[in-house]
Design a protein around this ligand. Structure first.
Ligand SMILES: Cc1ncc(COP(=O)(O)O)c(C=O)c1O
Length: 466
């Protein structure tokens, strides 16, 4: 059944505009109609990100670059890279992506890697690796990992799935991990520490050299989550920005993740996970002998994988080159500086740390006057999409390439000033926005309401109200 008269909902704005397909059509729909609908929806949806008023989410926004990536993708979209006898080019492309990423992050001959489907898979795989390493090498049955409270929740998926105990380390008043706390909580079952470069909430870099020393002293792993920052902060040093050591150049770092589908400017669905020594990688290989389907051996979580994303990622890295990444990073850092200046110009707001690329700010503590989510409400009305944070309540503006276009920071400064005025005298005491990850700070009824969040997760998998 198809219908254009279905009611729309916040999650189903196209009901009423396009047919809703609750079952496959009996007869084929034309290529023109299919591509036409997709073209229309994607153009409308891209518009917001392309204007430069969105934090994070869209990293490149350059449609010429996308055209290159999708063409590269198209050659291998159908190829299953598990079948290396059929697609030996996958080894060339994959190994070169790993090598180029390792070179950027100060890896050495002992560095090896994997390509995964994204940051979450990279982090989960790293945690599995350390659990297995602890078992095989140290005889630790119940592994424990120490994770800063600001580290990404994808780590917690691994703890939940793989039965790993976690100790959550607080952050200092500088919002980076409290190393003293970490030191005091390393125990006989600790297999690894985590640090971020930079953190999702505040874009800050944990003290990786100090964590590295602890890792060496206790003969345990140290994973650096560079999923967000891994392809943008490496260029800071060349550009004259202060950059603390954070990567494989730091003794004690045994793995690092960097997402090619974020500041690597590839298509969604790819990330690189590097190990040093590369023998660590083996602890998560999966080899099952004796299966009637044949001996089964896989290097990572996934089964069949498309060669398309590997080709697109390879094309992105080669086409931009170091100079291309460096030039975009320069624009990102300059834009972040301008946003920080706008925030600093208001005594009602306070920056959280001083990130190179991901500017977090809150209502000035003790300033008393405003709720940061009222500021967000007013920014939203003016077409901005910030990310809402909590503990403390704050917003971040994660600067990506679309935000670097002319006029964006000037418009932000004007709208931020207006948003503060709005927040001083809001129309209702309760702000409309809050801190729900992935919802851009907008969460109509879900503030601290787990059941409403679960309803939303259900709703985005349904075809909509009937
Ligand atoms: C620091 C950090 N780590 C990991 C992730 C998870 O990445 P993904 O959404 O690609 O799974 C993110 C996502 O924003 C992140 O910011």
């Amino acid at each position: 059944m198809t219908a254009t008269d279905r009611p729309s909902s916040p999650y189903h704005p196209y009901a009423g505009r396009f047919d809703v397909h609750a079952a496959m059509p009996e007869e084929p729909i034309s290529r023109e109609q299919i591509l036409g609908e997709l073209r229309q929806m994607s153009a409308e949806e891209d518009h917001k990100g392309d204007t430069g008023r969105v934090s994070g989410s869209i990293y490149s926004g350059d449609h010429d670059h996308y055209a290159l990536l999708t063409e590269a993708y198209s050659f291998y979209a159908h190829a299953n890279v598990l079948q290396r006898d059929m697609y030996p080019s996958a080894t060339k492309l994959e190994a070169e992506i790993i090598a180029m990423t390792a070179d950027m992050l100060h890896g050495d001959d002992e560095t090896g890697g994997l390509i995964t489907s994204g940051g979450t898979e990279s982090l989960v795989t790293a945690m599995l690796t350390y659990r297995e390493w602890g078992r095989h090498v140290k005889g630790i049955e119940r592994a424990q990992v120490i994770m800063p409270v600001t580290a990404h929740p994808a780590h917690e998926k691994a703890f939940h799935w793989f039965g790993i105990d976690v100790v959550k380390a607080p952050v200092t008043d500088q919002y980076v991990v409290d190393v003293d706390f970490v030191r005091e909580h390393i125990g006989p079952n600790t297999v690894a520490l985590i640090g971020s470069a930079g953190t999702y909430p505040h874009g800050l870099i944990d003290p990786i050299p100090e964590l590295g020393r602890l890792a060496i002293d206790h003969d345990i792993g140290l994973h650096v989550d560079g999923c967000l920052g891994g392809f943008v902060i490496p260029w800071a040093e060349d550009l004259g920005y202060p950059l603390p050591p954070f990567d494989l150049g730091v003794p004690g770092v045994t793995s690092i993740s960097a997402d090619t589908h974020k500041y690597g400017f590839s298509l969604k669905g790819s990330s690189v996970l590097l190990f040093r020594p590369k023998s660590l990688r083996r602890h998560q290989y999966m080899i099952i002998e004796g299966w009637p389907g044949g001996n089964y051996a896989l290097p990572s979580m996934g089964g069949s994988r498309s060669g398309g994303l590997i080709a697109a990622t390879w094309a992105s890295m080669l086409h931009l080159g170091k100079s291309g990444y460096r030039a975009i990073a320069a624009d990102v850092f300059r834009t972040a500086d301008e946003i920080k200046a706008a925030v600093r110009s208001h005594p009602e707001l306070t920056l959280i740390g001083d990130s190179l690329f991901n500017v977090a700010f809150r209502a000035t503590p003790g300033g008393g006057a405003i709720d940061i989510f009222h500021v967000n409400d007013a920014l939203t009305q003016r077409g901005w999409r910030m990310n809402g944070l909590q503990n403390p309540p704050a917003l971040h503006f994660c600067v990506t390439k679309p935000n670097t276009q002319p006029g964006v920071t000037e418009a932000f400064a004007v709208d931020l000033a207006a948003a503060i005025e709005y927040a001083k005298d809001p129309p209702s005491a309760m702000p409309r926005s809050g801190a729900t990850y992935g919802a851009g700070g907008v969460s109509p009824d879900v503030d601290q309401m787990r059941s409403a969040i679960i309803d939303r997760l259900d709703a985005i998998h349904e075809i909509g109200p009937r």
